[in-house]
Design a protein around this ligand. Structure first.
Ligand SMILES: Nc1ncnc2c1ncn2[C@@H]1O[C@H](COP(=O)(O)OP(=O)(O)OP(=O)(O)O)[C@@H](O)[C@H]1O
Ligand SMILES: [Mg+2]
Length: 321
């Protein structure tokens, strides 16, 4: 994958993290997740690429460790697990004022093909088929983990992390044969001999230092461990339909998942899901992310008005949950 690092440097130099769409270099925000923001920077060296900005590293060692993990995660998913990922690369540089800025790079996927967009175009049967396809992809991870106890992968199965291959916007359809790409590889969760390899502290850097212990204590553990648990990942996937403003689909999806784990996925021995527990999970999860975002906004405020230092992280704007 070819990327012009000078363009990335120039982009960073003119970036206003509080108002990324007003950056000096024209760029489109492709998506703003809870952790990273993806841009398409409008220049010949970056057009067609999704550049995910990760301003969380402080040392060369951290970058090296992350790069290795990011590459391993992508390679394992593609070559051993059998989940398709878009072409990818990684670039980083130090800025004139000593910050380290890294970008995960990926081929840009069509906006309308991304799950959380597609579910507003597809009919109910297609959405059911799409979610079953996701469960089938996730099964590959659980099978891999069972077969390789020394090296387990975690995965965030939410619908906003998948792209429908060759999605036809004029004739939107989901079928049992729908092919998916998984692109949320910027949080490469992997355990070696039971030990998490991804340094979760990196993701706390955008929160105020004197409050990190709260986050660590309250939810880091639960957030990081859920991605290795087939049942929790499934609950998370379905619960996310509340956030994506399709709550009426939840009962149908609960039935579809239960049917799946009763048939194709029965070897996992997953106890049937209920709508009630999905709702309860969602309200807990919603609180976690609202608190995390509020703390980060507070930190930005402190930087601006008290410390009078630049706040380098990009925070999501208003999120309808
Ligand atoms: N390769 C890509 N092509 C097009 N759009 C993308 C691409 N990668 C990310 N996006 C957009 O950005 C959004 C967020 O990206 P992603 O899921 O990788 O990060 P994230 O959600 O912040 O990560 P996390 O799930 O760890 O919080 C996606 O839902 C999608 O809309
Ligand atoms: Mg995501």
């Amino acid at each position: 994958m070819q990327v012009d690092i000078e363009v990335l440097k120039e982009f960073e130099c003119g970036l206003d993290p509080e108002h990324p769409e007003q950056s000096r270099m024209p760029a489109k925000v492709l998506g703003c997740g809870e952790i990273s923001t993806s841009f398409e920077i409008d220049s010949p060296g970056t057009r067609g690429l999704a550049c995910k900005r990760m301003p969380i590293f402080q040392t060369q060692e951290e970058i090296d460790q992350y790069t290795q993990l990011y590459n391993d995660y992508n390679t394992l998913l593609k070559k051993e697990v059998g989940i398709e990922v878009p072409d990818y690369d990684f670039a980083w540089f130090a800025t004139a004022d000593g910050k380290i800025i890294a970008f995960d790079l990926q081929r840009k996927l069509p906006a309308e093909s991304i799950g959380n967009r597609a579910i507003h175009k597809l009919d109910t049967d297609s959405i059911k088929a799409l979610v079953v396809c996701v469960l089938r992809e996730l099964m590959k991870v659980w099978s891999f983990n069972q077969a390789n106890p020394k090296r387990a992968l975690g995965i965030d199965g939410q619908i906003s992390n998948w792209s429908i291959d060759e999605f036809d916007e004029a004739n939107p359809r989901g079928t049992p044969d729908t092919k998916l790409l998984y692109f949320d590889t910027s949080t490469p969760m992997m355990k070696k001999d039971g030990v998490e390899q991804l340094d979760s502290e990196l993701f706390l850097r955008s929160a105020p230092s004197f409050l990190r212990w709260v986050i660590r204590w309250f939810f880091l553990e639960s957030v990081m461990t859920r991605y290795y648990d087939a049942r929790l990942v499934t609950i998370d996937l379905i619960a996310n339909f509340y956030k994506e403003q399709r709550p009426e689909l939840v009962p149908m999806l609960v039935d579809a998942a239960n049917e799946f784990y009763h048939t194709e996925g029965r070897e996992l021995g997953i106890a049937p899901l209920t709508e009630k527990e999905i709702r309860a999970y969602y309200s807990g999860d919603k609180t976690i992310w609202i608190v995390f975002l509020a703390l980060r906004r507070f930190d930005r405020w402190l930087h601006k008005y008290l410390f009078r230092k630049p706040y380098v992280y990009i925070l999501p704007g208003k999120i309808k949950r």
